[in-house]
Design a protein around this ligand. Sequence first.
Ligand code: PLP
Length: 406
Amino acid sequence: MIRINENYLKLKASYLFADIARRVQAHQEAHPETEIIKLGIGDVTEPLPVACREAFHKAVDDLGCRESFHGYGPEQGYSFLRDAIAENDFQSRGADITADEIFVSDGSKCDSGNIQEIFAQDITIAVPDPVYPVYVDTNVMAGRTGSCVDGRYENLVYLESTPQNDYLPGLPEQSVDLIYLCFPNNPTGATATANQLQQWVDYARGNKAIILFDAAYESFIRDDSLPHSIYEIEGARETAIEFRSFSKNAGFTGTRCALTVVPKELMARDSNGVAQSVHALWSRRQSTKFNGVSYPVQKAAAAVYSKAGRREIAQLTDYYLGNARIIREKMTARGLTCAGGENSPYIWINTGGDSWEFFDLLLNKAGVVCTPGVGFGNCGQGHIRLSAFNKRESIAEALERISSVL
Ligand code: PLP
């Protein structure tokens, strides 16, 4: 008799964004005349940069000739892309990362979700609260947690991000083995200084732990004093894996390209206490289960690092940051306390009341979709997240409507 993986039954009833979609659909059916403005899910709205499209087209044409045809590519990614990433994203900032430590993939969601497979079942895991749900749910599926009780899974250590600590969680009081961090943060928009990251790296070294550092939003950093990569921090090569994505900087949410950095020094122990290479394990995992990103997509991604590509990326991220500034200013003017929105496309708003009630108010009275903070964890209660990923006109219209109902 075929049976299921019962860990899936522990998952909270539905994925946050599916829950939101259901409410939005119900509202739309009841009020077909309302033009709903979505400031909820973090999908981009602006088209792919010209530089990326041109490279994409050309690469498709390459596939049309026997001489320049490409079949299966290297699982870890083409070196033209990995070289460009190593040089532009890391070495140019003093982070000592080489191309062979970079694994190109079709998304940071997959990578940050799949990475747990290479670690032991009985490790102690720390996750921020609120958190990007993928980190938690993939560990639930893998059976590393108990049940969900009052919004929290047993056996996870929650790192609380609250107004009291400016949404920057402190180090865990106990020893943990795997730590998920994300800066600039989704959902709070909080950023971490080099000193703050140094404390995490020192903690990880002291506890022989590994940090999973999600830098999906690093391209929104404008404050020159803030690190873009954890590898700008001393000791991080021995303690951290970093995830990056082309989704939010270059609009690749539908095109799909991302990368994971696993330094060669990074070790984890087997049950005999012998150090094993995490790079080797991830390489083995990827080459078994993943067949690489398509050649045209990698060519399009590499164009991000051309002169024209860099200029267009800066314009795109500036555009969303301009939206973020307007949202933050308007909401602050309505007397609400906001975090994020600077160096981040997300604005985390302290509404003081129930998150879903505020969500329903904005949907039903203003026709605007936000993300209820509690959907990201218990500490998100009393907050909502607004996303700057939308057209400027829609942002302006949404803010007018919100102002009129507050
Ligand atoms: N990491 C974080 C923190 C995100 O917010 C997202 C997407 O919203 C991702 C990763 C997913 O990125 P990708 O599109 O590369 O899968």
